[in-house]
Design a protein around this ligand. Structure first.
Ligand SMILES: Cc1cc2nc3c(=O)[nH]c(=O)nc-3n(C[C@H](O)[C@H](O)[C@H](O)COP(=O)(O)O)c2cc1C
Length: 242
């Protein structure tokens, strides 16, 4: 008998496509490498920002993150909002931001492959920030923190480091999946608190007010009154003209 499917999200941010290619590769291998005979593991790949905004931060118990640094230690395309999210967690941890608290990511485990270039004085700043923020919020890291340096040479060439990290991560990921799963409430709480936190820092994400039942009632009443008025006018004007 097979048990329920388990989904792993592969989240990325990438300016020139390297992290994106690695994320897609990891996502395509996950089902074959991590599905035990008794269940099916599925995977989806998406931008870190889309995970927050479009997926409403629906944390799975295991996420794999692949992300580079861009600008001056900043986030690349598809990870800028996620970086703001991480910066805010660290500001609150360090007491630089007094209001509110950071979301709890207890129950979430992440694997992280970071890309950067050691020629920059801000080498690896973005992956480091992601790592520190997630752990500060209570998430646990699985496996080695991957550090793929675009200036690496020989054995440390970036593409080789990426392939080695991908080849070496499966036992760590399998260990997470074979361990006791977190309580459903823990992941629900991580999702709700992350989403609430995002609404604080990105107020523009607040959904436009939907029509409530009372709005529909008032609109219907308004329509009926208008129809009655029109009918009244029709008879009055009709009566005069006779
Ligand atoms: C304009 C520019 C700015 C960059 N800034 C940084 C940086 O601040 N820190 C860093 O570690 N790497 C930096 N990098 C290097 C990239 O992170 C590296 O090339 C990486 O492989 C890009 O991966 P991606 O294709 O997934 O974006 C920068 C690269 C460019 C082209």
């Amino acid at each position: 008998m097979t048990t329920a499917d388990e989904e792993i999200l592969v989240l990325f941010g990438s300016q020139t496509g390297n992290s994106e290619a690695a994320a897609h590769e990891i996502c395509s291998i996950i089902p074959a490498r991590l599905s035990p005979s008794s269940s099916r593991v599925t995977s989806r790949v998406m931008h870190l920002d889309d995970f927050l905004e479009l997926e409403g931060a629906g944390w799975t118990r295991l996420v794999v993150i692949v992300c580079s640094s861009y600008g001056v230690g900043q986030a690349p395309i598809g990870a800028r909002k996620f970086r703001e999210f991480c910066d805010e967690i660290l500001r609150r941890r360090d007491g630089k931001e007094k209001r509110g608290s950071a979301p709890s990511l207890e129950g979430v485990t992440f694997a992280l492959l970071g890309l950067g270039d050691s020629h920059y004085s801000t080498y690896f700043r973005n992956p480091t920030t992601i790592h520190d923020a997630l752990t500060a919020a209570g998430a646990r890291r699985a496996g080695e923190l991957g550090k793929a340096d675009a200036s690496g040479t020989g054995d440390m060439e970036q593409s080789k480091v990426i392939e080695r990290w991908i080849e070496g991560i499966w036992d760590d990921l399998a260990k997470v999946l074979s361990s006791k799963p977190p309580e459903r409430q823990a992941l629900d709480r991580a999702r709700d608190e992350t989403w609430g936190f995002c609404l604080e820092i990105f107020p523009e994400w607040r959904p436009a007010k939907k029509f409530a039942a009372m709005d529909v009632l008032y609109l219907s009443l308004g329509g009926i009154i208008l129809a009655l008025l029109a009918r009244y006018c029709f008879f009055v004007i009709g009566g005069w003209s006779l």
